[in-house]
Design a protein. Sequence first.
Length: 79
Amino acid sequence: ITTAIYLPWIYFCWRDTEKLENHYRVTFYASCGWAFMSLASLHSVVYQDKFPGLSFNILALGNIVFFASCVYFYGYHWT
């Protein structure tokens, strides 16, 4: 259910990001990455017992996206 809420929300909001000031656009893109990490963590827990390899890969991908989002967000705000 969470995925069914997050993914359309990200898609529909993404279309309007060009209207935002750069500061808010960066924040929105980074928050999408952080939401992706949250979803990856949730799915990782769901699949952990039956598919431990898949669970790990989902979590690893979420961590990569989270790291990239943090670099993007803080790189923008601290430079």
